[in-house]
Write a protein that binds this ligand. Structure first.
Ligand SMILES: [Zn+2]
Length: 284
């Protein structure tokens, strides 16, 4: 989740009680913006506009009249279909049997568990094509054992798709992680962000020793990824498949907006598996 979308939810610094987090929380609030303050471009709606023609641009403004808002919503809706047509035509042009192959089934090598943040599309940043990655995304790339959604995804990916790699990919500047560092009642987000707060508690000594708030925030992003990798490894599906097949293996990566590169946290899969099986062994 982009920090700006969460920022408007946050309390003024004067009402916060966790002094340890206050400097970062202050910065978050100061950098926040109203939820509709972003700018965007969209094509003008036209039924006669060819799918691959360059769309005319209009920009969102919070000062728009209700009629203009309606037009803008129609334009931004239609633009997706125009781009979809262009994409389908391009794929067919490159390979006339592209969709025939796609319809035949999937054998993805990767399960990608990433953040819902709109800036980190799994396939685009990795160059993977349709059919190559099974994708699950949620706020702050969490793997919570009572989240039926992510547990079903892992189970299906491992037991039925036989993925070889499971990637948990976080990102620096994660709004979910930042919100978790803010002592504020965020309603329905509370139980979700609790998972990240628990990661902080597990690594409290290390994190509290980092005086630079940005560095501490970055380190929590990394530790959260490692902890979610550990949660993936705790699942019976992963443990049983690895014991029987030698795969999947689990990776922790972090995306950096500054250079667009993925950082491999070099999660030691075998070491973590060995450690957690003292308590979480589910291979029998
Ligand atoms: Zn995020």
């Amino acid at each position: 989740m982009p920090p700006a979308r969460l920022g408007f939810l946050l309390l003024p610094a004067s009402r916060r009680s966790f002094s340890r987090f206050a400097p970062l929380a202050c910065r978050t609030t100061a950098a926040s913006s109203p939820v509709l303050s972003f700018s965007a471009t969209a094509p003008r709606a036209s039924k006669n506009t060819p799918a691959n023609s360059a769309p005319a641009k209009s920009s969102w403004s919070s000062a728009m009249s209700s009629d203009d808002v309606s037009k803008y919503l129609q334009q931004t809706h239609d633009s997706v279909f125009a781009k979809n047509k262009a994409w389908a035509a391009k794929k067919l042009g490159e390979d006339p049997s592209f969709f025939e192959k796609l319809a035949a089934g999937q054998e993805p090598e990767y399960l990608w568990i990433g953040c819902s943040d709109s800036r980190i599309p799994a396939e685009q940043i990795t160059g993977l094509e349709p059919g190559q990655a099974f994708v699950h995304r949620n706020i702050a790339n969490l793997v919570c054992n009572i989240d039926v959604n992510v547990m079903a995804v892992i189970n299906y990916a491992v037991e039925h798709l036989h993925v070889k790699h499971i990637v948990v990919c976080g990102h620096y500047g994660c709004g979910g992680v930042k919100a978790a560092m803010t002592p504020k009642d965020l309603g329905l987000l509370n139980p979700w962000l609790r998972n990240i707060r628990d990661v902080y508690r597990l690594h409290e000594a290390e994190l509290d020793a980092i005086t630079d708030e940005a560095a501490r925030y970055n380190r929590l992003v990394e530790l959260n990824v490692v902890e979610q990798c550990r949660n993936v490894i705790k699942t019976a599906a992963v443990q049983k498949s690895y014991a029987g097949n030698g795969f999947p293996i689990v990776h922790g990566w972090v995306f950096d907006f500054h250079d667009g590169l993925l950082k491999d946290l070099n999660v030691d899969f075998k070491k973590i598996l060995h450690e957690i099986q003292k308590i979480y062994n589910l291979t029998e």
